[in-house]
Design a protein around this ligand. Structure first.
Ligand SMILES: Cc1cc2nc3c(=O)[nH]c(=O)nc-3n(C[C@H](O)[C@H](O)[C@H](O)COP(=O)(O)OP(=O)(O)OC[C@H]3O[C@@H](n4cnc5c(N)ncnc54)[C@H](O)[C@@H]3O)c2cc1C
Length: 323
């Protein structure tokens, strides 16, 4: 009996979302009296098993092979599906990231089980797992369970609390990698330029909308973001205007983010924008229209001109954070 977390790794590091799911998995495994185990795929990634152990994995299934050096839906889903059929875990969890959103449904289809996506909470009821997920662009939440086995789910990043890492080790079982022909493979990986933290992994996001008036004005958001170690996001209006790249867009047709702090500047708070950020822990809105919908979800609201407020915030944070 086991809960599995399929770990996501990049550039020699396990992604935070995988550690968050392991942290939650520890609680669930304890309550259900089952093992918590991890699955790790890649090339030259064996050392990362220790990190997975530190966050509660008692065992790591390691598929370390040159054919897995770059992510490929076909290769990764084949390896994981075969492993599931062999070991029969009770539940298999992924991050709700580009990787997990692509991989989990393919694996679920291969092992013919049900899957729930974008989970924000999970609880144990008897020996079952009950998952909470947003619907109708975040306007409502449903509680659902998967009736087939294994139970599969993808978890929204930055929602589950990260446990303190422990001194621990896991047994490592090497997985034989026997991959059929892979029809699509990665030929080039283009990294986004700039050293700023990724939007979906950021603890703090400073986001700008149509109220920014033009691309040149994002400089003031970037200055604030630099002081806070934050990522910069945008509304669709700003992206459609060509002020920011689509990769910065937050919302229903952009990224779903759950940072600790989301600072919305000149964003009205349309339902499609809220769908991507309303699960942020604290929302600060700066808008000169006191009737703007964003204030309905904001924990702190500043009714004023953002061009006056943002530079003052930057200066004050510099003082407080000693930068
Ligand atoms: C199918 C569909 C999918 C969509 N997906 C998304 C999505 O993923 N993400 C998304 O964001 N939108 C999405 N939209 C668009 C969405 O409906 C809104 O049009 C969009 O979010 C509006 O962006 P905005 O808030 O920046 O602009 P606006 O609604 O124009 O708001 C600008 C705000 O800036 C304020 N403002 C102006 N000047 C200042 C100033 N100097 N200081 C302070 N405040 C100021 C104004 O008061 C106003 O509230 C989608 C729409 C559809 C139909």
């Amino acid at each position: 009996m086991a809960i599995w977390v399929v770990a996501e790794q990049q550039d020699g590091e396990i992604k935070k979302v995988s550690l968050e799911i392991l942290s939650k998995g520890q609680e669930l495994a304890e309550e259900l009296g089952v093992e918590l185990e991890a699955v790790l795929l890649g090339e030259g990634v064996a050392d990362l098993a220790d990190t997975l152990a530190a966050y509660g994995a008692s065992k790591v299934y390691l598929a370390d092979d040159e054919q897995l050096a770059d992510y490929s839906t076909e290769a990764y889903s084949q390896v994981i599906a075969e492993l599931i059929e062999d070991k029969e875990p009770d539940a298999v969890f992924f991050g709700h990231t580009a990787f997990g959103k692509d991989l989990a449904p393919r694996v679920a289809q291969k092992v013919e089980t049900g899957m729930l996506s974008d989970i924000t909470a999970v609880e144990v009821d008897g020996d079952e797992l009950i998952f909470t997920r947003p619907i109708y662009a975040g306007k409502a939440f449903t509680k659902s369970k998967v009736l087939s086995s294994p139970v599969m789910a993808t978890f929204r990043p930055n929602v589950q609390e990260l446990a303190e890492p422990q001194e621990a080790s896991a047994s490592v079982e090497e997985v034989d990698v026997d991959i059929d022909e892979v029809r699509a493979k990665v030929t080039d990986v283009r990294k986004q330029s700039g050293g700023r933290v990724l939007l979906t992994e950021a603890d703090i996001i400073v986001s700008g909308g149509r109220g920014m008036k033009g691309p040149e004005n994002y400089k003031i958001l970037e200055e604030l973001a630099d002081v806070l170690g934050a990522a910069v996001g945008a509304s669709r209006a700003a992206v459609d205007a060509g002020w920011r790249p689509h990769s910065d867009q937050v919302g229903q047709t952009g990224k779903t983010v759950s940072p600790n702090l989301y600072i919305a500047c000149g964003i009205s708070g349309a339902i499609q924008h809220l769908a991507g950020m309303s699960s942020s822990k604290y929302i600060v809105a700066i808008n000169k229209d006191e009737e703007a919908n964003i204030f309905n979800v904001a924990d702190y609201g500043i009714v004023n001109d953002l061009f006056k407020v943002v530079p003052v915030m930057t200066e004050e944070f510099k003082k407080v954070l000693d930068k």
